[in-house]
Structures are given as structure tokens and as C-alpha cells.
Ligand binder design. Structure first.
Ligand SMILES: Cc1cc2nc3c(=O)[nH]c(=O)nc-3n(C[C@H](O)[C@H](O)[C@H](O)COP(=O)(O)OP(=O)(O)OC[C@H]3O[C@@H](n4cnc5c(N)ncnc54)[C@H](O)[C@@H]3O)c2cc1C
Length: 396
């Protein structure tokens, strides 16, 4: 099997194929191709690393609990391969900010309604690390809190590739620091199938009967100001924007929407770069940390959910492009997994599959979707993929 892309989707697919091959006692061999290596580029490298099962409304995402369990299993494998944890368990707090009183009241009622969701009033948020309330205390009533994790993305992706190399029979896994070869070359090298896991680079590839929607984003790591203490770091905060503790007294912050500058343009340095023809595979784009921080703080009122950021020092900024699948029934946002028909050389014996469109919830769904894809691919039966992951391919 050839896998194009060494991000969350590609490495989870490689691991799932190898695991299932082992369970079925089949000789499965996987080669992952990515010019940037494992997790060296793409949205996966730019991601904030926040894992939780909540929707923006505070409900639990469809198949979220299964997604959490599948991801946690891969996090454990990657940590074992690395010999150190590549994530930290953190409570994730969906703040009730008073912007939408009806929704905030609803968040309160969801506390105690399962999946570990709890309602924390403002004073408990303060006590847990000063987060959330702060200067916005008058309008932050509290938060719906769930168990989640802050993942060190670079370490996780490296660990996942190491786990593929170490946990299975020798030479059943290889990582090539190169673009995927042509289908003709794969065919002459004896590959049975190729899985496209190329993130936003899949946009425009032949054979995709649906459109992926790109959405650029930027994250900034803030460290404490000189002479100041570490940023309080016991909770991750979300409310359209997010603040994630990343250890060492630092915090990572970003927003789901690209911030606008004073002229109403979307965050200019990032979009200029992307507009200049930056292929998505070259992301994450390292952008000026001060400029990114100013844009974020000005445009998203991040300081309102985490006042210490105003005095903190921007250390590093990364930008990347999320690619989302079309919404499914009920507006569900899930990745797309399945077999591609047409668009390639259909006479080629190399079957074409894809796992793309992970959107803003890559960590929640990559392991679960990859497990479904591996099962279908090894059985050569795309019907084994649940319809919610295949609707965009017309394979429900
Ligand atoms: C700013 C930002 C913050 C985010 N924060 C979070 C978060 O906190 N939690 C969360 O769950 N999700 C988050 N996401 C979403 C998450 O990052 C994505 O859903 C996920 O990383 C997508 O993974 P992927 O493997 O599909 O794509 P990518 O990570 O983009 O990987 C695609 C890979 O394909 C490679 N490639 C492209 N073309 C080729 C080719 N021809 N041959 C070989 N390789 C190729 C690229 O080099 C790249 O490595 C965030 C995204 C962004 C942009």
C-alpha cells in the first residue's frame, strides 16, 4: 500500500493498515510518501493540538466518544514508541461568555448530562488556573468542562511514524521523504492500492467528486513576559478562539476564523503567502509572531477569554490550511473516507482510496476514520465504510 501524506490522516491510515494486517495475519506493507517527512508540514504541523469531543454548541460531536477512544489509543502507541508522553491530559472549558445568553444558559444545563461534562461556575474556573474569567469575569458566567488533551503535534506525528516502524514486522513500514510517485510507477513497483491523505493539497486532484473547503488559520505560542511568572496553565479554553497550555509556562492561542485586520482583510501575511501560490503542502507557514499576535489579539478579543496574553511575549507563530468535507446529513462535519472511482487511470490495478477533509476536528476523527478505511481497503469493499464518512463520495 502507498500512502500519500505524512500528517494525521496518512500516519493513522498507515498504523491502521498495519494493525489490521497483523490481526488478520496478512502480509501488509505500507510506504508513506511525504516530502516533509512525518508531520513536517500541512495542517497537522500547524494544529493547536487540542483534543476534545465537544461541538461549538457544547453538545458531544457525532461519534465523538469513539473518536476520543481511537485517538487516545494512538496517542498511547506514539508515546510508547517515543519513550515519553506526547500529550498531556487537560480539562477543556467551553466558556459561557454572555455573547449569546440563550446558548450560555444551555451550556449550563449540559453540565452533568454525560460524557464527563461538568458545569464550572466562574469562581471554580479562577481557582483552576485563573483562566477564562479574568478581566472578562463580569460577562463569563462559567464553563462547560470536559476531559480532553493537549497534544504536542510534532512529537505525536514523529511517535506515530516510529510506532509504525517498531510495532510491526520488520520492513513492513517505510517513510519516503518525497512526493508520491506516479500511478504508473506505483503499478510497476507492485503496489495494490494508494491512499490519498494529502490534506488541503487534495483540492483539485482528479477523481474527487466533491469539493473540499479550505480555511486558513494561525496559531501563536506566547511565553511569559520578562520577569513575570509562567502563564497559568491548568485548563484549555475554547469559545470560537482557543488557548491551550503547552508546558514550560507557555500557552498557544488561535481562532477558528482567520482574524481580520483593521481594513477588514483576513490576516494579511498569511493570505498573501497563500495567495502567492503557496501549495498547501508547504504549510505550516512560519509567520511573524508579533504581527500574528497583534492580529489575533485585536481581531478576536482573545484577551477577553485569557487576559494574561495581553502582557505575554509572542514566541512563535504557525499558519496552515484546514480542508473540510461537505457537511453531511444534519450538518455533521466528518472526514471523507472511501474509494475513488474515475479520475485516475481506471485500467490501473492500483486502487485509489482517500482519507481527506478532516476540517477542524482532525485529532478527534483521524484514528476512527483511518480504522474504517483500513477495514474496507483490506476487504476491498468500500461498503464497509459507514455512510457518515462516505456521503461526499456518493457511497452511502
Ligand atoms: C491553524 C490550525 C489549527 C488547528 N488546530 C486543531 C486542533 O487544535 N485540534 C484538531 O483536532 N484539529 C486542528 N486543526 C485541524 C487539523 O490540523 C487537520 O484536521 C488535520 O491536521 C488534517 O490532517 P491531514 O493529514 O488530513 O492533512 P495535513 O496535515 O495537511 O497533511 C497532508 C500532508 O500531505 C503531504 N502532501 C501533499 N501533497 C503530497 C504529495 N503529492 N505527495 C506526498 N505528500 C503530499 C503534505 O506535505 C502534508 O504533510 C487545525 C488546523 C489549523 C490549520
Amino acid at each position: 500500500m502507498a500512502v500519500a501524506g505524512g500528517g494525521l490522516a496518512g500516519l493513522a491510515t498507515a498504523h491502521a493498515l498495519l494493525s489490521l494486517g497483523l490481526a488478520l495475519d496478512r502480509d501488509v506493507r505500507v510506504r508513506v510518501w511525504d516530502p516533509a517527512g512525518a508531520g513536517g508540514a500541512g495542517a497537522s504541523r500547524a494544529a493547536a493540538g487540542l483534543l476534545h469531543p465537544l461541538t461549538p454548541r457544547g453538545t458531544v460531536a457525532f461519534r465523538g466518544p469513539e473518536g476520543m477512544a481511537a485517538t487516545r489509543a494512538l496517542l498511547a502507541s506514539a508515546s510508547a514508541a517515543l519513550g515519553r508522553p506526547c500529550y498531556a491530559d487537560v480539562p477543556v472549558a467551553r466558556l459561557a461568555l454572555g455573547d449569546d445568553l440563550k446558548r450560555d444558559a444551555k451550556l449550563k444545563t449540559l453540565g452533568g448530562s454525560g460524557e464527563g461534562r461538568e458545569w464550572w461556575p466562574a469562581d471554580r474556573l479562577h481557582a483552576a488556573g485563573g483562566a477564562g474569567a479574568g478581566a472578562g469575569a463580569e460577562s463569563c458566567e462559567g464553563a462547560l468542562v470536559v476531559p480532553g488533551a493537549a497534544v504536542d503535534m510534532a512529537a505525536y506525528l514523529e511517535g506515530l511514524s516510529l510506532a509504525c516502524a517498531r510495532d510491526f514486522a520488520q520492513s513492513s513500514y517505510a517513510l519516503e521523504r518525497a512526493p508520491l510517485p506516479s500511478q504508473a510507477a506505483l503499478c510497476s513497483d507492485g503496489y495494490d492500492a494508494v491512499v490519498y491523505c494529502t490534506g488541503a493539497s487534495a483540492i483539485g486532484l482528479p477523481g474527487f467528486p466533491f469539493t473540499l473547503t479550505p480555511s486558513p488559520g494561525v496559531n501563536v505560542v506566547f511565553g511569559p513576559a520578562e520577569g513575570a511568572g509562567p502563564l497559568p496553565s491548568s485548563l484549555a479554553l475554547i469559545a470560537g478562539k482557543y488557548v491551550v497550555p503547552v508546558g514550560g509556562g507557555a500557552a498557544l492561542a488561535g481562532a477558528l476564523q482567520v482574524p481580520r485586520d483593521a481594513d477588514g482583510r483576513a490576516f494579511a501575511p498569511l493570505l498573501d503567502h497563500l495567495g502567492a501560490g503557496c501549495p498547501a503542502r508547504e504549510c505550516p507557514v512560519a509567520v511573524d509572531a508579533r504581527a500574528a499576535a497583534d492580529a489575533l489579539l485585536d481581531a478576536t478579543s482573545l484577551g477577553r477569554i485569557y487576559p494574561p496574553l495581553a502582557g505575554a511575549v509572542p514566541v512563535e507563530a504557525r499558519a496552515g490550511v484546514r480542508a473540510s468535507s461537505p457537511p453531511g446529513p444534519g450538518g455533521r462535519l466528518l472526514p471523507t473516507a472511501g474509494r475513488l472511482l474515475g479520475g485516475g487511470d481506471d485500467s490501473s490495478p492500483v486502487a485509489r482510496w482517500a482519507l481527506v477533509g478532516l476540517g477542524a476536528r482532525g485529532l478527534l476523527y483521524h484514528a476512527l476514520a483511518a480504522a474504517h478505511l483500513a477495514e474496507a481497503l483490506l476487504a476491498d469493499d468500500s461498503d464497509l465504510i459507514p455512510p457518515e464518512f462516505a456521503h461526499a463520495l456518493g457511497q452511502e
